[in-house]
Design a protein around this ligand. Structure first.
Ligand SMILES: C[S@@+](CC[C@H](N)C(=O)[O-])C[C@H]1O[C@@H](n2cnc3c(N)ncnc32)[C@H](O)[C@@H]1O
Length: 407
């Protein structure tokens, strides 16, 4: 692998056992959770940054991070760093990289870019210049060139420019890691799998109680909960990763990482239940569960949450109700009042968490949250709210005043 430490210096790093720097991309609010996951798989120098975590590790760590980290969206490997004060310098420095040692001429590739720079104000244009330099180098050397594929590229690179500092990173994951491979059907507004896993881990659930999602849609939170509870690796169902095309890919090391992680799968002794008022989305959830072979672990009910209590006994409730953005609801405030009423009826030994972007409807729940965590569902700013639930005799514990604001 080539690292341009400065404009002049090229360094070759060949050993896969030598630790190198990586960046795990995640969502806002999940950085600390991903950092914990990375420490647990043996990553070192783990440092949470904005929507990402920097860490050190070997190729084995890279395989484990891809396979085992529930809250990672992508694992990136920086391989070139240089300064560029104009477009020509960007082009020249990219051209100097020995791309033929990284890619085959017959492959497809894609550059994804982000810029925060007064010099490079359009990230798309910077990506285009970078692509031109790569293609021109191949054309000059071989008379042929790799092609760009925006859908299904063999190699994905990230171009990151801050002021005049350029970093090129290889995306070892390929497609985003939220694509776990178990989704056969989608509901109207499915939650991102990484966000669902992050919410479960933020809730502090230790898989030592029952679990319930009263508005489960296509079942994402339930499936992520079942995978977490059974210690099924998040990418157990996925077949393809970007690193499989890399020259240094070692299939036996990768297989051994998978086998070790798969041996940790365990039985979960408690109940996982979900319900949804829409029988069609329950059918979709059923398809996803069957594909993941989790249909014996999770019970689904085509019911309104008003008619479906959680399983008996201690229970963690995590749900993603409509926000009125993607699903039209006649009276969102009435829906949230009803959610609050149900929560109040659930009684002792239950904890409920709910994510929403509707700060007005949130007030209609009529319960005071004991925690509020800022998260983003796509571009929607949300709050992930915790409610400690008590039984009827302790009704006075509930604040009659509504949830006060977005903060
Ligand atoms: C944002 S979606 C949940 C998406 C889900 N997390 C997923 O990943 O597919 C909200 C769900 O609430 C359901 N819903 C709305 N009112 C309901 C009610 N009274 N009882 C149960 N489900 C309800 C809708 O049918 C919808 O599937």
């Amino acid at each position: 692998m080539i690292i341009i430490k400065s404009n002049k210096e090229l360094q070759h790093v060949s050993s896969t056992a030598k630790p190198f720097k990586m960046i795990g991309k995640t969502m806002f609010g999940l950085e600390e959770i991903l950092a914990e996951e990375l420490r647990a798989i043996g990553a070192t120098d783990v440092q949470p940054i904005n929507r990402a975590v920097a860490f050190m590790g070997t190729m084995e760590t890279l395989y484990k991070a891809n396979y085992c980290c529930r809250t990672a969206l992508a694992i990136l490997k920086p391989f070139a760093e240089f300064e560029a004060n104009n477009e020509q310098e960007l082009y020249d420095n990219v051209f100097k990289i020995k791309w033929e040692q990284i890619l085959d001429v017959d492959c497809t590739f894609l550059i994804e870019s982000s810029t925060n720079s007064e010099i490079f104000t359009h990230s798309y244009y910077a990506a285009l210049k970078t692509k031109d330099a790569i293609v021109d180098r191949f054309k000059r050397m071989f008379g042929r060139r790799p092609t760009v594929d925006t859908e299904n590229a063999d190699y994905k690179f990230n171009l990151h420019i801050h002021d005049n500092k350029v970093t090129l990173l290889m995306n070892s994951s390929g497609e985003s890691l939220h694509k776990r491979g178990y989704r056969q059907a989608v509901g109207v507004a499915p939650i991102n799998e990484v966000l669902a896993a992050g919410m479960i881990m933020l809730s502090g659930w230790k898989a030592d109680t029952n679990f319930f999602d009263p508005m489960c849609g296509s079942g994402t939170i339930l499936i992520e909960a079942a995978m977490y509870a059974n210690n099924i690796p998040p990418q157990y169902y996925r077949k393809k990763f970007g690193f499989m095309k890399w020259k240094e890919f070692n299939n036996s090391e990768w297989k051994s990482v998978r086998e070790k992680a798969d041996k940790q799968i365990r039985e979960f002794e408690h109940e996982i239940w979900g319900c949804d008022i829409d029988a069609n989305v329950i059918e979709q959830a059923e398809k996803n569960l069957r594909f993941a072979k989790l249909h014996y672990d999770i019970c689904l009910f085509p019911e309104s949450f008003e008619n479906q209590a959680p399983p008996e006994g201690p229970c963690m409730i995590i749900t993603n109700p409509p926000y009125g953005e993607r699903i039209a609801v006649d009276d969102l405030n009435a829906l949230y009042t009803s959610i609050g009423d149900q929560f109040k009826s659930y009684g002792d030994d239950r904890t409920a968490w709910l994510i929403t972007s509707d700060f007005r409807a949130m007030k209609s729940i009529g319960l005071r949250p004991s925690r509020k965590i800022e998260l983003y569902n796509g571009s929607l700013e949300c709050r992930f709210l915790k409610f400690d639930l008590y039984n009827g005799s302790k009704k006075d514990k509930y604040a009659t005043e509504a949830t006060t604001d977005g903060d």
